[in-house]
Design a protein around this ligand. Structure first.
Ligand code: MCA
Ligand code: AMP
Length: 514
């Protein structure tokens, strides 16, 4: 059934006038709807010509570009499984993802072809293409030899469309398996809930290797037949300048903090805008309020995960399910989206009454299928009655608004990217002379939260914090590097001998605040 292919649903929403502009880059390059249709057909035909086994993964680590989005859409169109990888990931990280996912196709930049192809071929990948951010590379050269007509490969709602790796508090990263049905249902729900209009124009300013930029933003615009203004890299001044011709903006809180630092952010320059959406990390109430004062717009905060796409949202308009409330309440993530069941449970597994804090569990058509080749991990994260345990801690108030108050998972969210202390500690603990380490998140004015490493040396060993940081930089994505490192004599422990990270967070909480 072709209509269950997510691409087919997005394609069906293209406007009748295919010559209209679908994507305009902030450098002034325009792509029509027809361009998207033809280019995705050519890349889909190229992928299909490779005779890949059913369910093959296409792993992609390339800079943000419209062509990278086309590759994503073409992968859906050809019925394969898209696996996006953050461009900050270095060789050890990429080796793990490729080794674990065993993609049939890998696409990387020309600059990284040497080391990426070596990893890929060792993992059994048969095809490695290049795609650069200036519309060059072997992928496009090869695709140009294929037809610009293509019939989307039939897919069932339950078929895999993408795998998104998300790190774990313990052990290695897990690949969250998202289906065509997961993403299509979420896109349709958000289209209605956020009141998308035919005339909307989205400023696309986020990276396209995570849920926010790849799914929420791209699906949101395409399923509505709306134009996107495409920013290869977020720049606060340029984003504000684009608002005169746009209506919707999506960003992680750091983007809002950075735009607030620009004198050009005012009511006049944002008058054309209809909706500002924030998510991926907690939006400080100060940011929410200041934005309201400066622009007259109330940011709509929503909450989601790689495993579930979007789960809750503040209302855009009156929500009949919640006494027609339309207030976007700062500090909350709003109501469960239509179709999403959300409950808060205590440690004993019992539902908690209104206002009480516990673990957030969710169920809905958007909730993923499980972790790639990890049935035990998947089983651990679901309750017997099929709810997914988010690892977020929160409450629901008497009006139905959900507030996230913390996380039971040991996770730092820095500028919208997830950093797992356990991963960083593992690398530090392997360094010569290190006895033990603890990485904690502390408040940061720009990134919201950043990591700080606290390290103990082995007896008689001398450790230099700069050397530890330099060593980490050589191995890990840059956003994971602790912003400060301290070598100390001991770590605070409870009576069970467990490191008390809450005390470390308290001790270092003022490091970046003036
Ligand atoms: C960059 N740096 C960071 C981060 N980004 N440090 C900590 N956290 C970060 N997020 C550091 C780099 O390591 C580098 O340090 C220096 O900043 C400059 O790097 P550059 O790449 O030039 O930074 P930037 O362009 O200013 O990037 C900041 C950014 C970016 C625009 C806020 O991080 C970003 O686009 N974040 C959005 C992430 C996102 O899309 N998340 C959605 C996940 P040095 O010079 O020392 O090396 S999806 C999700 O969470 C769920 C499902 C949801 O609900 O949406
Ligand atoms: P990821 O693993 O990148 O999918 O990150 C998902 C996590 O981001 C969630 O489990 C939350 O902890 C966090 N998150 C997403 N949106 C929000 C939000 N609006 N407020 C607080 N935390 C959020």
């Amino acid at each position: 059934m072709t209509h269950d292919n997510l691409f087919s649903a997005l394609r069906a929403a293209f406007p009748a006038d295919l010559t209209a502009v679908a994507v305009e880059t902030d450098e002034g390059l325009c792509y029509s709807w027809q361009d998207l249709d033809r280019a995705t057909a050519m890349v889909a035909n190229l992928l299909q010509s490779l005779d890949l086994p059913e369910g093959s993964r296409v792993a992609v680590q390339v800079e943000k570009s419209v062509e990278a989005m086309i590759l994503y859409l073409a992968t859906l169109r050809a019925g394969y499984v898209f696996l996006p990888l953050n461009t900050a990931y270095q060789s050890a990280e990429i080796a793990y993802f490729i080794g674990n996912a065993e993609p049939a196709v890998v696409v990387c930049s020309q600059a990284n072809f040497g080391w990426v192809s070596q990893i890929a071929f060792q993992a059994g990948t048969q095809h490695v293409f290049t795609l650069n951010d200036d519309r060059t590379g072997s992928l496009l050269e090869r695709a140009a030899q294929h037809s610009d007509q293509h019939q989307a490969v039939p897919r069932q709602a339950d078929d895999l469309a993408a795998i998104l790796y998300t790190s774990g508090t313990t052990g290695r990263s897990k690949g969250a398996m998202l289906t065509h049905g997961n993403m299509l249902s979420n896109a349709r729900t958000l289209q209605a809930y956020w009141g998308w209009k035919k005339s909307d124009v989205l400023i696309h300013a986020l990276p396209i290797f995570h849920v926010h930029g790849l799914f929420v933003a791209i699906h949101g615009a395409l399923i509505n037949g709306s134009k996107m203004i495409w920013m290869a890299k977020f720049d606060p001044q340029r984003a504000i300048a684009q608002m005169a011709k746009a209506t919707v903006f999506m960003g992680v809180p750091t983007l809002y903090v950075r735009m607030l630092a620009e004198p050009s952010l005012n009511q006049a320059n944002t008058r054309h805008m209809r909706l500002f959406i924030a998510g991926s990390a907690p939006l400080l109430i100060e940011t929410f309020t200041e934005w309201q004062q400066r622009t007259g717009h109330t940011i709509l905060e929503r909450y989601g995960m790689s495993e579930t796409a979007m789960l809750t949202s503040n209302p855009y308009a009156a929500d009949p399910r919640y006494a027609n409330q339309s207030e976007r309440r700062g500090g909350t993530v709003g109501f469960p989206l239509p179709g999403v069941h959300l409950r808060v449970r205590g440690d004993d597994g019992q539902d908690l009454p209104v206002g009480e804090i516990g673990g957030i569990e969710v169920q809905g058509p958007n909730v993923f299928k499980g972790y790639w080749r990890m049935p035990e991990k998947t089983a651990e994260e679901f309750t017997a009655d099929g709810y997914f345990k988010t690892g977020d801690v929160g409450k629901v108030d008497e009006r139905g608004y959900v507030t996230i108050v913390g996380r039971s998972k040991d996770l730092i969210i820095s500028g919208g990217y997830n950093v797992y202390p356990a991963e960083i500690e593992g690398y530090i603990n392997d360094m010569q002379g290190v006895a033990e380490s603890a990485v904690v998140g502390v408040p940061h004015p720009d990134f919201g939260e950043v990591g700080v490493a606290v390290v103990i040396a082995k007896p008689a060993a001398t450790l230099k914090p700069e050397a530890i940081v330099a060593d980490l930089k050589a191995k890990l994505a840059n956003f994971k590097i602790p912003k400060r490192c301290f070598v100390v004599a001991e770590l605070p422990r409870n009576t069970m001998g467990k490191v008390q990270k809450n005390l470390l967070r308290e001790q270092y909480k003022g490091l970046f605040l003036s």
